[in-house]
Design a protein around this ligand. Sequence first.
Ligand SMILES: Cc1cc2nc3c(=O)[nH]c(=O)nc-3n(C[C@H](O)[C@H](O)[C@H](O)COP(=O)(O)O)c2cc1C
Length: 579
Amino acid sequence: MKYGINMTASKIRGFGMKKTITVCLIACIIFYLVFHFYTSGPVSSVTLPYSLEETISRRLSTRNYISVDISSQQLLDVLWAAYGYANAHRSAPLIGYDHSLIIFPVNATGSYQYIPENNSLVTHDLSVNKETIRSHDQGWPSDASAVLVVVWNSTKMSNGFFASAEAGCFVQNVYLAAASLDLGTCCVGYIESAGLRSDLGLSDDLTPLLVMPLGYPADPYPPASPNYDMMTGNLPPVQYSNMSFKEATANVTFAHHWTAENLSQQELSQLLWATYGYTNVTHDSTYHRTTPSAYGIYPLVIFVSNATGVYQYLPETHSVVELLSGDKRWEMEKTCSVQTWAADAPALFLVAYNSSYNNGDTGDGGAVSHEFIEVDSGAAVQQLFLEASAFNLSANIVSNSLETWNGATAEELRNILNLPQSLIPLYLIPIGHKTTTPIHDVAAANITPSQTMVIAGTTLDINVTIQNLGDYVENCSLTLYANATVIGNQTVHNFLDGTTSTLTFTWNTIGFEMGNYTLAASIEPVPDETNTDNNSLDDIQIIIIPEFSTAVLVLLMLATFLIVIAYKNKLGCLRLSLR
Ligand SMILES: Cc1cc2nc3c(=O)[nH]c(=O)nc-3n(C[C@H](O)[C@H](O)[C@H](O)COP(=O)(O)O)c2cc1C
């Protein structure tokens, strides 16, 4: 025994101090790595080998999380897919005239801002962490490793409905990115926006719209597929494409021109299911669907218009019913100003809101706010883009003229499609096979004066939005007219294909007569441009009214004149009654 002890002691002594330190160091490193892995999750995220449709089928809202942190790589992977740059375009389509969201990821270490341009995070405020925002984000989202605060920057794009729809695209991407990484998330719209703004120290122009927790779910995802049991209708069963969610995101293309080839029944089936179909995963004995919905009310109706008619999608049986026969695409697109290019797509999808799912609210009084309906619709729109991409189709979105909730264009679309008042058209999405022959095509899209009435001799700011709908980088020259008089001319150099540019003109009205003027914008055709119908636009009326001082003078003289008359009449009456 003694020997034995001596042997051991001498063995340790013989091992040497250096070796002992090395062993201790290795043990420490192993301990650190195990500990770090446990607390931070995998250092680089692995996208699971699901096809897009399988990932869509897994989508569900997670409200319980385990306290394990996700890695910064996982966070960046989700943010890239949700709002980053893929092939020079953003992963969420442009709704309105600019992308207007800022994403603030908040975790235990502080709050950060996502920079899409280089897919990175910069520190926002290390003293504001997920515990700081817990009282304003419903509480439970802060149990997840990170909370994404989605903020609308109204100085970038002023239409709040479009911002909410864009947030919906972001939301859908986060759900799918999370599902493809085995992470959980949920769209949380019922937040205290002002409280979050103050927590994060944001200015009044920045409005938190919703938050999304992101972390490891307490319950693993169940096996999932499209709901084939419900697919009893006239559309073929959904198939799995060869693309993952990540590949589909990178493959999205935005088109303004398509070949004449019609969509196949299979393509139509895929697109409609992805937009609003059912999966085979249940929660409280109801099936989940491909997109989330505020309160789970699913108030959207999806229509598709092609050369033969207009059809409504029925998700419950995965079928379409004919609403109208005949080609309505051109008529529908004509309602949206110069967006008639969209009518060339073989399929024109319409996302509409059925207010009877929301206390019949066509105004602003339903249980679910219009902003939430817009988030729902953005998620459906995003699904169209992704599923189109997985089948090598190209899509676009038309929001021009649909800026106002239930406005004049919505009414026109309703009339064309014989829809009831309870249905509110929201967005048009043309989809088809992208043309392989590149073309030149620039267009004047919008003229927006700062006001429609201007006092003679003062100035008026006018924004003109132009689009490069072709496939080449262009240099183009635009002239703005008031009736036949030139207000100004501007040249845009290196105008990238598929992009929009807004030019600001200042009209000095000195020397212009009072009266009505029509503003007209005209772009000189670029070399080899054949479609020049959309180069000009003249739909804005401006009235020049008298200078303020003259107007006041006229009014004062008129008022004095009336007072004198009235006074004279009164004196006359008095004299009569005295007699
Ligand atoms: C605009 C919007 C707001 C939502 N707000 C909340 C919320 O505040 N709290 C919550 O728990 N879930 C919220 N949800 C998630 C929905 O409740 C959920 O999508 C719906 O019940 C369907 O369930 P599923 O996503 O698990 O399929 C919201 C979803 C959307 C689209």
